[in-house]
Write a protein that binds this ligand. Structure first.
Ligand SMILES: [Zn+2]
Length: 336
């Protein structure tokens, strides 16, 4: 690992830890692995093994070869994204810290990011010294959904690797789209079923509102669902929408303040919200997925109620930018 970038990364997250006490302080003797790591520069980050997969560098404490199903297919993810979205494939290096278990992961995150929501994975984009470039970092843990989470976070990284700016809702919507098993072609039956209930109860889509959100704390289960729905509709069910999305993303390559996509959609649809809702709200699951789905997407799609009760959103991946980390730090300072 580049020592300078590691120092900056650790320095930034140390600042974000605010005044929170070490939650494991009284249990240190029962966690020799963590105590040993904390005494070293890595401060609890897994780094015994380094495995390169395309532009992704995986840091882990276990040999990754034992879990090759986890990384299988990830090498081609940047080119999948590029092909679908009409943007260049990111070749930016991404550091992925893959914790061995939930305990080590949560302990690290609670110490370094005490104000962050509880999630299974995080993507962090942070400026290096001088502000001319950024480190792209993913933190996650081994578990039954690790491949889905990695696809989600590495989609964030791939977008941030080639775009100057990614609106929060679109960042999450695209990540939700690409986290699915590629054979599902972006379809998420849990989201679609949730949206049907949501829209039936009178809470209708509102892209103006989604585009106004700027903080990850504003993104709840409903916002993730709707963000996915817009992306899925544009990419899979609306040639005009896909054309608009691809044009918008290329504007995001050139500018940090492109014209709002809802305004661009209104040039092609009298009511984009209604057009999207009518399309996504009437999709048939079997038609969208077919018989080809397997693996982690099958696990999700076959027990929607169980996933909802288990709080899928509460542990869903999250993307943070440096400004959001800064905002969290500010609120910690102001906390009474
Ligand atoms: Zn995300």
């Amino acid at each position: 690992m580049n020592q300078a970038s590691r120092f900056l990364f650790l320095g930034l997250i140390a600042l974000s830890s605010g005044c929170k006490q070490n939650p494991s302080g009284g249990e240190a003797s029962t966690k020799p692995r963590l105590v040993r790591a904390l005494s070293q520069e890595s401060e609890g980050l897994p780094d015994n093994r380094v495995t390169r997969v395309g532009p992704f560098l995986f840091y882990s404490d276990q040999p990754l070869e034992e879990h090759n199903l986890i990384i299988d297919g990830l090498e081609s993810l940047p080119s999948e994204i590029a092909l679908e979205l009409g943007i260049p494939a990111s070749q930016r290096m991404v550091k992925v810290y893959l914790f061995s278990n939930q305990e080590l992961f949560q302990e690290y995150v609670s110490q370094k990011y005490p104000l962050l929501p509880n999630r299974r994975a995080y993507f962090i984009s942070q400026k290096r010294a001088g502000g001319f470039s950024e480190d792209l970092v993913v933190l996650t843990m081994m578990g039954p959904r690790v491949k889905q989470d990695l696809r989600h976070e590495l989609t964030h990284a791939s977008l941030h690797g080639v775009l100057k700016q990614v609106p929060l809702w679109l960042d999450e919507g695209i990540a939700e789209y690409f986290e699915t098993d590629p054979r599902n072609k972006g379809f998420n039956p849990i989201h679609q079923e949730g949206l049907q209930r949501q829209w039936s109860s009178g809470t209708l889509p509102d892209l103006d509102r989604l585009e106004s959100l700027s903080q990850v704390q504003q993104m709840h289960r409903e916002e993730y669902r709707e963000s996915w729905a817009w992306v899925y509709w544009m990419l899979r069910h609306s040639p005009e929408g896909k054309e608009t999305l691809k044009a918008y993303l290329n504007q995001c390559r050139q500018s940090k303040t492109p014209k709002k996509i809802i305004e661009q959609l209104r040039e092609k649809f009298a009511d984009p919200n209604l057009a999207m809702m009518r399309s996504v709200g009437t999709l048939e699951r079997n038609t969208e997925i077919g018989d080809g789905r397997t693996g982690y997407s099958r696990q999700l799609s076959e027990s929607p109620s169980q996933n909802e009760r288990a709080g899928r959103f509460a542990s869903s991946p999250v993307a943070l930018t440096e400004s959001e980390i800064g905002a969290a730090r500010a609120s910690a300072t102001n906390r009474p």
